[in-house]
Design a protein around this ligand. Structure first.
Ligand code: 6R9
Length: 674
């Protein structure tokens, strides 16, 4: 998830047994179970009969959820049209507006004075609370500002912002006029931004001068300036003034505050078809080019709102909810913007890092705002564990009643720490498995209903059908491992890859025809709980960020001194996985890397090059200069062997290598540097 988060210690590379015997038996020994507290169950939104209702009549269940949780300007007819599978249509013929559902209707219901966002800036005391009525006023003006810039229903708007209220306002303003947004995480480089803008053909970019990061203003606008020069579809750039730092100014630029001030205060929400595109969000796949995952309005909004209600157990009148993700990732879309706001919740929006200005900042915010539901990533929990429980123990965390985890498997030790230290041994933890592509939570316990099993995401939420299958697509028995799949369409499912229907079909629906393959390995324990084991493809998960090995390899190879590159994700105690690269230099550059194994300045240059091409999050932790890469006879790089090297393990079976001495060469080259 967000700026924090990963892949598992259980991750298995492609082509290997998905679940080793050792992993299976370790996990099978985890038999601690935490039954629901009856007092919690008595007030919980989730109930056991939701499973029965959904199993008895899935379409009827979703139709009822859609009619009770969302406000439609035109009712739908057919619930699901799967005739053009794998492209689904949910709530056919229905019309609604996502911004109306997230804001207006709460004001109309008399809740305009309820706080929607407690914004906490990174600089201490930079805090302001925004009510639903105030949010409505800002969203209307921002929507009109976009219209004044020529944005029409259907036009794409790119968003490149820090974690400030304007990010929420920007997304809702786009939704209000039916202009799909494409948020690009602020940690991505100008090159990454340019390619996403161009793929989506975005007309406008919404950005800021900068944001605060670890006590300092950190510029954002220069990356946008670079990304929209020359041949670019971008006509205008709306710039929020956040830090007040100096910015270069071009003809395309308009200050956000000037545009909003000039805009008409009233903007009627545009009712759109249930299947109207709500947003695109780019995510790494197994090939170099990121995919623009397409989500539409009705089904997405429904599943985001429903899961936020039954999984996070949000009670909008009394809870203060906080999801620590960045709006740049899907978790921020579904569980900061659309889900909680559709439910009328009050939430904390925090700009900074957990350790600025001190390592207790998160817990201090929880104490200050009496946060009752807290949703974060295992990598963050492990980091806090490392810092020590004395830090959270200094704060009053007694307001917490539900804890959530997302982005990667949470190992049982981290689960127990989270439960005991943050949740006072009583707050249920929901370990939620889902993806950019699934749009909303798919697998999770329901607090108050499910007995919790530390380390397992457990079972599909009511209305969702998932399974673990073998190579041939057959369901595996309890106690066995295989591939995690979704075998029935779901409301928030992706509707495609922007501009590439074939890629959508090939990526998700070809491995097991007619069935969605998520790219994760998983196992079922004896009780049928699902344990997600991590990606089985060439996608790494570093601090919850999805990164493609191929994308980083292409970035390295685009450097003039690199001939060939292979990237692997090596297990890392904190970030789950870390990027490790092996590079072969071009002839004339070899001299420069005086010592094999480590090229000193050259390594720094290459790390910075990756940061420039993709973003600092993709910077390899380690770059090893080698003379050869291990390849099979058909020329495929055997990353499994490189992973052994990166993780300081005995190198595994080398018999399928075209040249079995290559690994010795690599190892002797690397040990030469020590
Ligand atoms: C929401 C989000 C998706 C990938 C997914 C899986 C991993 C997410 C998890 C989990 C185990 C969980 N993942 N949640 N693995 N347990 N609770 O993270 O979306 O960035 O698209 O990543 O993250 O590997 O396939 P996204």
């Amino acid at each position: 998830m967000g700026a924090i988060g990963t892949l598992s210690p259980y991750a298995r590379p492609k082509g290997e047994a998905i679940v080793s015997e050792e992993t299976l038996s370790n996990l099978l020994h985890e038999d601690r179970s935490f039954p629901p507290d009856p007092a919690f169950a008595a007030q919980a939104n989730g109930t056991a009969d939701l499973y029965e209702q959904a199993d008895a009549d899935r379409d009827g269940f979703w139709a009822q959820q859609a009619r009770t949780r969302l406000t439609w300007s035109k009712d739908f007819g057919q619930v699901l049209d799967w005739s053009e599978a794998p492209v689904a249509k949910w709530f056919v013929g229905g019309e609604l507006n996502a911004a109306y559902n997230c804001v207006d209707r709460h004001v109309e219901a008399g809740n305009g004075d309820r706080v929607a966002l407690h914004f906490v800036g990174e600089p201490q005391d930079d805090t302001r609370s925004i009510t639903y009525a105030e949010l409505l006023a800002d969203v209307q003006k921002a929507a009109n500002a976009l219209k004044d810039l020529g944005v029409q229903t259907g036009d794409r708007v790119a968003v490149y912002l820090p974690m400030i209220p304007e990010a929420v306002v920007a997304l809702l303003a786009c939704a209000r006029i039916g202009a799909p947004h494409s948020v690009v995480f602020g940690g991505f480089s100008s090159d990454a931004l340019r390619s996403r803008i161009s793929d989506a053909d975005a007309k406008v970019v919404i950005t800021a001068d900068g944001g605060y990061r670890r006590g300092k203003p950190s510029a954002l606008k220069p990356a946008v300036d670079e990304a929209v020069t020359g041949d670019s579809p971008v006509e205008h750039v709306l710039v929020v003034r956040r830090t007040g730092q100096d910015v270069a100014w071009t003809d395309k630029d308009i200050w956000w505050h000037d545009a909003l001030e000039a805009a008409d205060p009233e903007c009627a929400p545009v009712p759109v078809d249930s299947e109207h595109p709500l947003f695109l969000l780019y995510t790494s796949g197994t090939t170099g080019k990121p995919k623009g995952i397409l989500h539409t309005t009705g089904g997405y909004l429904l599943q985001a709102a429903y899961t936020n209600s039954v999984v996070h157990d949000v009670h909008p009148e009394t809870d203060v909810y906080w999801c620590t993700a960045d709006v740049g990732w899907v978790t921020g879309h579904s569980y900061i913007v659309y889900g909680p706001l559709a439910n009328g919740a009050t939430q904390v929006l925090y700009e900074g890092t957990p350790d600025t200005p001190h390592k207790g900042r998160w817990w201090e915010i929880i104490e200050q705002f009496k946060v009752s539901i807290f949703y974060t990533a295992p990598t963050a929990i492990r980091t806090c564990m490392k810092w020590g429980k004395e830090i959270p123990e200094k704060f009053d965390l007694s307001s917490i009643r539900v804890l959530g985890s997302v982005g990667e498997p949470i190992n049982p030790e981290a689960w127990i720490w989270y439960h005991d230290v943050i949740g006072a041994g009583k707050a249920p933890i929901v370990d939620t498995w889902w993806q950019t592509e699934t749009g909303a939570i798919m697998i999770s316990a329901l607090p108050g209903v499910t007995s919790l099993r530390p380390g397992s995401a457990q079972i599909a939420v009511p209305g969702i059908s998932v399974d673990v299958v073998d190579d041939a697509g057959n369901s595996v028995p309890n106690g066995s491992g295989g591939y995690l799949i979704v075998d029935k369409p779901w409301p928030a499912m992706l509707r495609g890859v922007w501009g590439d229907l074939q890629r959508f079909k090939d990526t998700y629906w070809a491995r097991f025809p007619g069935i969605y393959f998520a790219g994760d390995g998983a196992k079922k324990d004896e009780d049928g709980n699902i344990w997600v084991l991590g990606r089985v493809d060439d996608v790494m998960n570093v601090s919850g960020h999805r990164l493609s090995t191929t994308e980083i390899e292409s970035a390295l190879v685009s450097h003039p001194k690199v001939a060939e590159a292979a990237v692997v994700g090596a297990t890392d105690d904190t970030t789950g996985q870390a990027v490790c690269a092996f590079v072969i230099l071009r002839g004339d550059a070899v001299q420069e890397a005086d010592e094999p194994g480590e090229g000193g300045d050259l390594v720094t240059e290459l790390r910075n090059h990756v940061a420039k091409e993709i973003g600092p999050i993709a910077k390899p932790r380690q770059i090893m200069v080698v003379a050869e890469l291990p390849k099979t006879r058909s020329g495929k790089i055997m990353r499994r062997l490189l992973r052994d090297v990166a993780e300081n393990r005995e190198v595994g079976d080398v018999t399928t290598l075209a040249d079995s001495s290559v690994m010795d060469l690599i190892k002797s080259g690397l040990s030469g540097k020590d």
